[in-house]
Design a binder for this molecule. Structure first.
Ligand code: NDP
Ligand code: GDR
Length: 379
């Protein structure tokens, strides 16, 4: 086919050549992805997935005083000099427009996944202005950079939206048509990002979509999100490196899936004929308490629950080693009590279904943390 096309090129006019080029493009489109938040949980799985699919993957990384590429080091050859094969990292920041314009104009991506964010809900109450700058205005900066670079018609844009948008319960289960009611500076910032993505789709006819993803976890989950905090502690308690697990709201319920499943849905959303927003969820919900119980079951131990309903719990209370206590410092000024998603639209249109069940997720995370703590007790 390539030989035939090249012969045709030699014999036809410039106009016809352009037509041939566009046919070639349609047969063999450029697969170049730009991922913000590539050093995070989702970014690392997405980069792996895209590289396997033959994409050239570009990631935006932030300058930090220590290496922040731990989750992706295995993906490129020389982490120190950032020399690589199909993967390239660029210093940039969601609160620095000029870095975004430079990166997008150099890379000319065919797909952009905007996963970068200050993603911790509780911390967003302390860093509210910063969170708005990165999570809300940062999304606008990327969308505008796409326009400035003249790529509005060629780039497909994915925005990492969140079930936190639903906040205070309006409907159960939550779907694409459920009204939003954000309950944190994080969720309010993501609300702006959601709507500015919709607006750019409608105003400039861009292929721009929101994935409204419910909580998804993995052994690569950040240490201070509740699931990972639990599995790290269970591992340490199992290895007798720790005695107590301190938590906040035990009765919050979340629809927890596995990050590996969810990043595939992100990609699928960018491969459709028409850009649309999708809820990605399992359709099951579990409380934090259930997560703790299941995780402790993995190490064959009973739990001693202490201090429920009490604001501060003294660590001297009790003598057993498997103690779970409540500490008010983990409570949020406004809590999201119940999330459960309805993934029907994704199942029907994207042919997407989560493969990894809740029990398997807990098992994998506990096993991975036991292995990690065994190798490195100070991890
Ligand atoms: P993580 O917290 O693991 O990763 C966040 C990423 O964003 C990191 O790579 C971080 O870089 C980067 N980042 C933070 N601030 C900036 C900035 N100013 N400029 C550029 N990059 C920045 O999040 P997840 O992987 O869990 O989530 C990915 C996205 O999906 C986030 O936007 C999150 O809000 C959203 N989301 C997550 C869900 C989940 O359950 N995991 C559910 C729904 C939405 P660094 O490594 O340097 O800190
Ligand atoms: P969430 O995740 O706020 O849902 O946001 P997180 O794991 O932080 O909290 C889940 C629930 O557990 C309760 N909880 C605790 N949470 C933490 N972090 N630490 C504790 O000690 C603790 N004890 C109880 C919380 O109060 C909450 O109810 C995540 C993030 O990934 C967001 O970026 C994403 O948008 C949403 O999921 C969907």
């Amino acid at each position: 086919m390539t030989q035939i096309l090249s012969d045709v090129r030699d014999f036809v006019s410039e106009k016809a050549n352009e037509a041939v080029e566009s046919v070639v493009k349609a047969w063999n489109p450029r697969k170049v992805a730009l991922v913000t938040g590539i050093t995070g949980q989702d970014g690392s799985y997405l980069a792996e997935f895209l590289l396997e699919k033959g994409y050239e993957v570009h990631g935006v990384i932030r300058r930090s005083s220590s290496f922040n590429t731990g989750r992706i080091n295995h993906l490129y050859a020389n982490p120190e000099s950032h020399k690589e094969g199909a993967m390239k990292l660029h210093y940039g920041d969601l609160n620095d427009s000029s870095s975004l314009v430079k990166i997008i104009s150099t890379v000319k991506p065919s797909e952009i996944y905007n996963l970068g964010a200050m993603s911790h809900v509780k911390i967003s109450f302390d860093l509210s202005e910063y969170t708005a700058d990165v999570d809300a205005v940062g999304t606008l900066r990327i969308l505008d950079a796409i326009r400035i670079c003249g790529l509005t018609n060629s780039v497909r844009f994915y925005q990492a939206s969140t079930s936190e948008l639903y906040g205070k319960v309006q409907e159960i289960p939550q779907s694409e048509t459920t009204p939003f009611y954000p309950r944190s500076p994080y969720a309010a910032a993501k609300l702006y990002a959601f709507w500015i993505t919709v607006n750019y789709r409608e105003a400039y006819n861009m292929y721009a979509v929101n994935g409204i993803l419910f909580n998804h976890e993995s052994p690569r989950r950040g240490d201070n999100f509740v699931t990972r905090k639990i599995t790290r502690s269970v591992a340490k308690i199992h290895l007798e490196q720790q005695q107590i697990l301190e938590l906040g709201a035990l009765d919050s319920k979340r629809d927890w899936g596995h990050a590996r499943d969810y990043i595939e849905a992100m990609w699928l959303m960018l491969q459709q004929d028409v850009p649309e927003d999708f809820v990605i969820a399992t359709g099951e919900t579990h409380s934090v308490r259930e997560f703790v119980e299941l995780a402790f079951k993995e190490i064959g131990k009973e739990i001693v629950w202490e201090g429920e309903g009490v604001n501060e719990v003294g660590k001297e209370k009790g003598t057993g080693i498997l103690r779970v206590t409540i500490n008010a410092k983990y409570f949020r000024p406004t809590e999201v009590e119940l999330l459960i998603g309805n993934p029907k639209k994704a199942e029907e249109k994207l042919k997407w279904k989560p493969k990894i069940k809740f029990g398997e997720l807990v098992k994998e995370m506990v096993a991975a943390d036991i292995e990690l703590m065994r190798r490195n007790p100070t991890a």
